[in-house]
Design a protein around this ligand. Structure first.
Ligand code: NAP
Length: 302
């Protein structure tokens, strides 16, 4: 059984290990890897078979929403579905560009297309995809989101955001959840996660396994340099991988609700499930890792 937490004021129980569906976007967006129909069908169904009940995607994640609609919409009651808006997708020949457009018209377009691609009448969580405070205010986007919520197309509203904007949103109380980047290699938002939870919002962590190891996933060598500086290899359990340690570090944050780890590889999913079942790090190892990271220059921002 996977551990669950309550996603803030939504009151919904979500598995602490969630699934980020960006890895099945395909090659047209942000240099993504090719993905076959069979691979997408396999990984999405394996996610649900494992008991993971939280899936995150976005209007601009290439083929991700389409695959969700085609391959798991018949299992709709098994997952809490989060998508994002404020996006456009523009054909630029050999790839797609994805500029954001923060208008009422675009948000209304986004939700209708997302619902039709994902073959569902509602999304559980509709998130703004990284706008600035100015963009949210000048587009009156919270009002637009509430209007869509009233229509029943979305149950809860959230935002994907980072410092410094996120502080304003936490104080405003307008959003039910925050999607926040965080791992041992990227601790800037450690205290922000606690503040969001203390304000009653749900916390959704992205980048929870450091975006994959350098040269393989989206992780980069600079980010992983922190690992070496802090000598975290010394804290690994016998036979434990670096990814396992990172995931357990993320799961150790007392205010995180779910971490939406991205993978299109079923054996990585199986590994992540095994790790998640092991649970958070032992308290002394967690404290020692944070001490070493701080000493290496990777600390939480006040
Ligand atoms: N709101 C935003 O602005 C935003 C931005 C980025 C991402 N996101 C969301 O957050 C999710 C996750 O974030 P992320 O993709 O940045 O970071 P992540 O989940 O930390 O890293 C994903 C990478 O890790 C690799 N990986 C996963 N499990 C592994 C394992 N057991 N061993 C080795 N490698 C492993 C994956 O490659 P394989 O496929 O080869 O396993 C993939 O390349 C995305 O899917 C998306 O839903 C949101």
């Amino acid at each position: 059984m996977l551990e669950k937490t309550t996603l803030g004021r939504t009151g919904v129980e979500v598995t602490k290990l969630g699934f980020g569906a960006m890895e099945i976007r395909g090659p047209r967006i942000w240099g993504g890897r090719p993905v076959t129909d069979k691979e997408a069908e396999t990984i999405l169904n394996a996610v649900l078979d494992s008991g993971i009940n939280f899936i995150d995607t976005a209007y601009d994640y290439g083929r991700s929403e389409e695959f969700i609609g085609r391959f798991i919409s018949h299992r709709r009651s098994e997952y809490f579905l989060a998508t994002k808006c404020g996006c456009t997708v523009i054909n630029a020949g050999d790839h797609d560009e994805t500029p954001h457009v923060w208008t009422r018209e675009n948000l209304l377009h986004n939700i209708d297309i997302s619902l039709s691609r994902m073959k569902t009448d509602y999304v559980d969580l509709w998130q703004l995809h990284n706008p600035s405070v100015d963009q949210v205010e000048s587009g009156q986007l919270v009002e637009v989101m509430k209007e869509v919520q009233q229509s029943g197309k979305v149950r809860f509203i959230g935002i994907s955001s980072t410092l410094v904007h996120i502080t304003h949103y936490i104080e405003s109380g307008a959003f039910d959840s925050f999607q926040i980047p965080y791992s041992a290699l990227e601790r800037a938002h450690e205290d922000v996660i606690s503040k969001a939870a203390a304000a009653g919002a749900g916390t959704i962590i992205r980048g929870g396994v450091g975006r994959g190891e350098p040269g393989v996933g989206l992780g980069n060598a600079d980010r992983w340099e922190t690992w070496n500086k802090a000598d975290l290899d010394e804290l690994l359990d016998e036979g434990e991988s670096r990814t396992a340690f990172l995931l357990r570090f993320t799961l150790s944050h007392p205010s995180m609700n779910t971490t939406i780890v991205g993978t299109k590889n079923p054996s990585h999913l199986a590994e992540n499930l095994r790790i998640a079942q092991k649970g958070p790090l032992a308290p002394d190892i967690y404290e020692e890792a944070k001490r070493r990271l701080t000493e290496a220059g990777e600390s939480a921002q006040a």
